[in-house]
Unconditional design. Structure first.
Lengths: 176, 506, 506, 176
């Protein structure tokens, strides 16, 4: 059995970078996290958009979508955002000098159409994770748009009173 | 007993889960049902479940579910003798009740007069107070009263108390007074602020209920002189005055307190000549005192927890009463047993400012098994939009005791999958594990500051899950489920045999 | 009370709905669960619900769910202290019980000895008869007995009776004898035929139960000397000895008869030193006489109807008993209330020879609302194959009375959608409307000859439905649901406005 | 408003042929059954494979698939087989002299793999709807394969003891 080098993924989690290598060796599929092997069996449930993985014998079912350089994973009891890039993505980003976590990762976008009621931050202001950035009125309710992580506000794309569409860029956020 | 006013066709003037709930009750009673719908709800479950369906108009409620004229036209076109309003929309519109009456259509609910009497807090308070229903003590103090009169009035209201401007709002001139010694100073300042702000120095004193619990009593009243109470629902888990988790019985009530509150609720209902199902809401203080808050003249979202404990069907009772029949059990209210909890599953991202979540529902998976009830309107392919309330599903559990009911609810929440949108299920699970909730010592502030658990570096599950999902996407590999006659894609097969080797040594 | 033999991790040695049911009970008790699966079940619900999952082997039961060695290896690998066998597969294998014992793993069920004693009808009969449990009267007649002895034996058995060859089977030499006058002739012929066919003229006489009803009693027994009965389940709606609809209480039992049958069931369980949940099956004749048929030493498919009426959790009780704890309610069996019905939804075409139906489940829609429980293992995208039992879902309803329960079940069946396969739901709906069923006067023959209703020329619904479906296919038009921001395809919009014009004149 | 001729479908139901015309007039969509108009609103539920039609104000949800010249419709409480053809199909069939209900309609096929236990009919035998044609053993159970309608047995393609795959032709059935 020859050991081929597998595909590498760079994952940001809990403030650390993990290198996950998925290897198709002759005898099977191997998943290594920072070089440590983990027995994995993964399968998709047809028509359901769900994946089930049995990892270290534990059974996990989750949905996954990709957005702004991160995997949005929904487990039974939590939704988590996991920045991830593959080798090609990483090389491309390093070549252009982009920030970690994907080129678009710095843009906070609107998840729904609404009207900006109030802008709570200004350019170059440092913000902590969870800090309200602006208030968006939608569905007759005022919704606080919060910072997904700590960082420094780059551009503020909107102003109070402005109507925004779903997906519109609101604020850009650079790493601290 | 044959019904004095038989209903063979019922129109349901609502949408979402309550329309589905009404249709279920009506079908069990052998009624034919008519759904109404807006353009946004053309494929909704209530449209598909009803025997007939009539379009009302565009999505906006003012052009559809609030169109009294269209609803009554639909009754006429379909031969519906009665209309059930559900909750929300026209459920508490006395105007609608009168329009139904004028059109010869039975409104499944109370009279317009009872609805108006309970329609706002001031008239409701005036209606129930003569019947001895305890209201939050309060009194008005006009400008220029002398100190002795002020002190007498303030002590009559009791402490702690809030002093507020009668004319104003928004906290202007509001003061919290904890004891008699603070009264004169506080009232002088409040009155002054009120005068400056509103040109009127009149202030209103109201007892301040500390750490209030929100407890409501279910009542049923028929046209045969029977009004009964069916215990309480504890509704203190709230966010922005929206109830999120309810339970029955309340962990805070003693049998003696329950009996007094039930008597007060029946008195309140009788004070306005109430008919049908209704709910009397009370604030219960940390001292065990209770005070009338308001009466909801409709079926409540959280009615199923009462149904689970009492084994009654409140919707069926409403439909019986509307036909002129007595309550099925008369005054012999069933003895309640066990404990019930309801969780309202909403399309929202509770961890990011409770933003509403929109999308298309994929493979819906609802929980089952013993003691679990699902009252929802979700279906595979459902477009969850922003047109209406974002509540998708009520999960209700019942068990012998509160601790088992909590475990059952956690189990049911864990089973529920609504892919395609974000829900408040993670917040629900955290709340059910909160020591304040499990101990039963919680108040309406319990949800404040609830935050998702921190990411832990030792937890590799999200790391591996993200890499596998990206690997699958990058490779564009379709991974079929293992099934007879289907050959698994090589990488799945490979992973499996690798794993077998690693684990089983075979 | 802390458990003498605590179970913190439970392995579930089964699949399908019962594996899901066991996992639900275990999770509510705070246990960690381990699923096992065959290749055909890789994406199954029980695998996804359990905390851990271990592959057993290929789809064939002999290579997976019947592999005692692999199951015990999985217990060891996962640290599971106990194994729940569900029903079917290894649930009644005394060999498995002994293997568990040897491996130091708790088997959630009775002892191997009790299982063996009840393992076949002859040993079960021999075990329970000394305790006074009524068995179907019978006697063996050896060749060459004289007429007086024959008549005495036959009258002892009672009439009507079946005469059958002791050595044979398949109806050879079988005779139905209705009265004493026919005895000698029938036995002479039967004995002769038996001698010719099997070389042995010995015959067995057995009382023939006319219009039998199949009624079973639920028992629970713990290790603290308590054995209790929890009423009956009526299982007379059967097809080829497969139960299809069950209900509790039985419409045929009086309280006096129920009490006698419960006492007999407890005696039967005690006669073999039974522990855990078990079921004693009886045949009840049209005359009200009851006779022991067999004991099922496992949880039954239809256990939920007992759970609904008694508000108990039989799986939780099994898991308590297995840990050495007493039954949670001891001898104080809860008072049952109301009426429960279970319908087994199977993937089969009941109108075309009950052919099993296979396919992929599309948009699954399960019923909800009051009094409805779903115990199933269905999910969107599920491949329904031929590897295992074709039961997909058990619908269980509970209501105050039998008539309401029937209406509720019809309502629940009407709500259920399992697109992609054919189910027996239409047969269920017909049966629930059958006057024999609604009157309660039915026996195990009720499903014979049930046929779908004839096509009616006046019914244009299928005609229009077929044309619209073909029109949609021919035009390859994607018809999106009406939703904000989505513009309906012109033909839908057109149809809607045409209809509006036609109906509303607007 | 000009009245265009719509698309016609020929539907066999309860022993009668119904002509359904679906017309896209300027003002809307019309469904006519044998010339009688029926108000119809039809829509598909996304991702669900289900159609909902409101016809004469009644709401019906059903699944539909097409097999051997017929629509197999599943309603809540019944599954029905409705032979149907459009104009092109009818013209093509008439030109080739085929039997009504589609060219392949006469073949009874196996819905699952199994072993033929017993053949209960012979060629040229008339059979009534629902009459057992053969017994197929599958899933350890004996399953009766019955005639979907009355007719005369044409060819018997199988014999006792033979293993058949899903979809295999078993018996052909000609109209009476």
């Amino acid at each position: 059995m020859t050991t081929q080098r597998g595909t590498r993924y760079y994952v940001q989690w809990a403030g650390e970078e993990r290198v996950v290598e998925i290897r198709s060796a002759a005898g099977g599929l191997e998943v290594l996290v920072d070089g440590e092997p983990h027995p994995v069996d993964v399968t998709a449930v047809e028509d359901s958009g769900l994946l089930n993985m049995i990892v270290d014998r534990e059974s996990w079912t989750y949905g996954a979508r990709f957005e702004n350089g991160a995997a949005m994973l929904s487990f039974h009891d939590r939704e988590v955002r996991v920045p991830i890039e593959d080798e090609r993505g990483r090389l491309a980003r390093l070549a252009t000098g982009g920030a970690a976590g994907g080129a678009d990762d710095s843009e906070i976008t609107s998840v729904m159409p609404g009207i900006v009621k109030e802008v709570l931050v200004a350019a170059e202001e440092p913000v902590s994770a969870g800090q309200p950035l602006l208030i968006l009125e939608a569905m007759k309710m005022e919704n606080e748009i919060r910072a997904p992580r700590e960082g420094i506000v780059g551009t503020v794309h909107i102003e109070a009173g402005q109507a925004v569409d779903k997906g519109a860029s609101l604020v850009s956020l650079a790493p601290l | 007993m044959s019904a004095p006013h038989p209903i063979t066709t019922l129109l349901v003037a609502n949408r979402g889960e309550i329309a589905v709930r009404v249709i279920r009750a009506a079908h069990e009673l052998g009624m034919r049902t008519v759904a109404v719908y807006s353009d946004a709800d053309r494929t909704s479950l209530h449209v598909r479940m009803a025997h007939e369906a009539v379009r009302l108009g565009p999505a906006a409620p003012s052009e559809s579910y609030l169109r009294i004229d269209r609803i009554l036209e639909a009754c006429k076109a379909t031969g519906a003798q009665a209309v059930h309003p559900g909750y929300g929309f026209l459920a508490e519109s006395a105007e609608f009740v009168e329009a139904c009456e004028a059109a010869g259509v039975i409104f499944v609910g109370p009279s317009a007069a009872a609805m108006r009497a309970m329609g706002d807090k001031i008239s409701a308070r005036a209606t129930v107070e003569p019947s001895g229903v305890p209201v939050v003590p309060g009194a008005t103090l006009t400008e220029g009263a002398d100190d002795a009169a002020i002190l007498a009035t303030a002590c009559g209201v009791g402490f702690p108390q809030l002093v507020k401007a009668s004319a104003g709002g928004g906290g202007k001139g509001m003061r919290l007074v904890r004891e008699e010694g603070e009264v004169l100073d506080a009232i002088a300042r409040a009155s002054g602020e009120a005068l400056t702000a509103f040109g009127d120095g009149t202030v209103y004193l109201e007892r301040f209920i500390e750490e209030p619990r929100h407890v409501e009593i279910q009542v049923l009243a028929d046209n045969h002189g029977t009004t009964v109470a069916l215990g309480e629902r504890e509704c203190s888990v709230q966010r922005r005055h929206q109830k999120v988790i309810e339970e029955s019985p309340s962990p805070a009530l003693t049998p003696e307190l329950r009996a007094r509150m039930e008597a007060a609720a029946v008195a309140a209902a009788e004070s306005c000549g109430y008919r049908s199902a209704g709910t009397v809401e009370f604030l219960v203080g940390a001292d065990g005192g209770f005070h009338f808050l308001e009466m909801n003249t409709r079926i409540q979202v959280e009615h199923p927890i009462t149904e689970m404990c009492y084994r009654v069907d409140l919707l069926a009772e409403q439909l019986r009463i509307a036909q002129g029949l007595p309550i099925s059990f008369g005054r012999d209210v069933p003895v309640p047993a066990g404990h019930a909890i309801e969780a309202r599953i909403c399309a929202e991202d509770a961890d990011h400012g409770f933003m509403p979540s929109t999308g298309t529902l994929g493979a819906v998976q609802l929980p089952g098994g013993p003691g679990v009830r699902c009252d929802g309107h979700v279906y595979v392919g459902q477009e969850v939009g922003l047109d209406y309330d974002n509540m998708l599903l009520k999960l209700i559990v019942h068990a012998d005791d509160r601790a088992t009911a909590i475990e059952r609810m956690k189990r049911a929440l864990w089973e529920t999958r609504l892919p395609g949108i974000t829900t408040n299920i993670p917040l629900m699970l955290r709340t059910l594990d909160d020591p304040r909730f499990t101990s039963g010592h919680y108040d309406t502030s319990i949800l404040e500051g609830s935050a998702p658990p921190a990411e832990e570096a030792a937890d590799l599950v999200p790391v591996i899950a993200a890499a596998l999902a990206m690997h699958r996407r990058v490779r564009r590999t379709h991974v079929p489920p293992a099934s007879p006659g289907t050959r698994p894609a090589p990488w799945v097969q490979a992973g499996r045999s690798w794993w077998n080797r690693g684990t089983w040594g075979s």
